[in-house]
Ligand binder design. Structure first.
Ligand SMILES: [Zn+2]
Ligand SMILES: [Zn+2]
Length: 123
């Protein structure tokens, strides 16, 4: 795929290489976190609680961000949708759909937190 043309950037966020938002493998890290191996070989460990708090649905957006019940941070179903999103079914019956791009944004590893590989807008 030559160049990176054809991306439509929204909100000034530069596009990532496609590999960076391609999920190679999902795994369980301990009992409380999701492990994601990305197409660019990056490894993310994302606590379920964090994923649940990030749920972009209307119900969660309206609710006050309180500490969720244990069932609310225990996924019973994890599924990739069309290679672009991830579906999470929680034990309390709630469902979360996140874009893989958003999922990658949640990575707080030393590399992602300390070395942003894109320029901060406004310099
Ligand atoms: Zn929600
Ligand atoms: Zn990272």
């Amino acid at each position: 795929m030559p160049g990176g043309r054809g991306f439509s950037t929204v909100g000034g966020v530069p596009p990532r290489p496609p590999d960076a938002t391609h999920v190679e493998r999902l795994s369980e890290v301990g009992r409380y976190a999701l492990g994601v191996l990305w197409g660019d070989k990056h490894d993310s460990i994302l606590p379920y609680r964090h994923l649940r708090l990030t749920c972009p649905c209307e119900a969660c957006g309206a609710a006050a961000p309180t500490a969720p019940a244990p069932d609310a941070e225990r996924p019973v179903k994890l599924e990739l949708i069309g290679g672009r999103s991830i579906f999470i079914g929680w034990a309390d019956g709630h469902e979360t759909i996140l874009l893989l791009d958003e999922l990658r944004d949640l990575c707080r590893c030393a590399r992602c937190a300390g070395e942003p590989d894109y320029p901060i807008s406004g310099r």
